[in-house]
Write a protein that binds this ligand. Structure first.
Ligand code: SAM
Length: 248
């Protein structure tokens, strides 16, 4: 009798396993020696110590954070999803000392750059989180605790088979609605026309979020500085589309 061979199994990788598709492919995260040094020296001051779940950038079940305890005061909170190198949030944190800011990014070298500039400016109203942003907004932060969520130039995932990875989805709209306080805002910008239209369609349909602009697109949000990333889009002749939604 021949023994039946087991079918080859896909191996289970606990560092990438998740229930839902994510909007990023984690880059190597390799840092320069000076970024490594800064990361070690200042992570305690700036990086939230969030317990991870099954994936390296997930939020462990039951992990929560209290903004008043994190910043040592009660102040409006702005969360930037996918802060990249931190240009927008560093500018905002240094010009608005009465507001607290949280940069959420899965790319550690980007966070290290943000941290170096935060430390140079001695910013006490900025923190960094190295996690998948939707999980932080859905589980870690208390419901109604965020004044503004910023999503500037999210990865477009242009190919049809990758669309499910787009950050802005009906599920994200629900998560943003939960995290925002009543009257809070979700601000977005992109240089990819098709993604701009997708975002507007999804968010127009979302329960509890209302368009906060007349006409087709929002005005450029004055607090959003021009980043190198945006400049590249402009150089390619792309239109920059802003959107703004208010939580009922
Ligand atoms: C195209 S870049 C834009 C960066 C920045 N907002 C800017 O305008 O320069 C998108 C960034 O979002 C980050 N990102 C994508 N999905 C994310 C997620 N689910 N959680 C946290 N960061 C994410 C990526 O690592 C990447 O750095």
């Amino acid at each position: 009798m021949t023994e039946q061979q087991p079918l080859p199994q896909k191996s289970f990788d606990p560092t990438t396993f998740r229930e839902k598709p994510v909007s990023f492919v984690r880059r190597s995260g390799r840092m320069t020696p000076s970024q490594e040094r800064a990361w070690e020296a200042h992570r305690e001051r700036y990086v939230l110590d969030i317990p991870h779940g099954p994936a390296a950038t997930s939020v462990a079940a039951g992990a929560t954070g209290d903004p008043a305890a994190i910043y040592g005061r009660a102040a409006p909170l702005v969360v930037e999803v996918g802060s990249g190198q931190g240009h927008a949030i560093l500018h905002a944190a240094s010009t608005r000392p009465d507001t607290d800011f949280l940069a959420v990014e899965v790319f550690r070298a980007g966070l290290a750059r943000t941290m170096i500039r935060a430390e140079l400016a001695d910013l006490s109203n900025l923190r960094l989180a190295e996690v998948n942003a939707p999980e932080l907004l859905e589980h870690y932060l208390p419901a109604g605790s965020v004044d503004e969520i910023w999503v500037f130039f999210p990865d477009p995932w242009a190919k049809a088979r990758h669309r499910k990875r787009r950050l802005v989805s009906p599920d994200f709209a629900r998560i943003a609605h939960r995290a925002l306080r009543p009257g809070g805002r979700l601000r977005l910008a992109t240089d990819i026309e098709d993604y701009a239209e997708h975002m507007r369609e999804v968010l127009d349909d979302a329960d509890g979020l209302a368009r906060d602009f007349p006409g087709d697109w929002a005005e450029r949000f004055a607090g959003r500085i021009l980043t190198a990333f945006e400049q590249k889009g402009i150089d390619k002749g792309r239109s920059i589309r802003d959107l703004s939604y208010r939580r009922a």
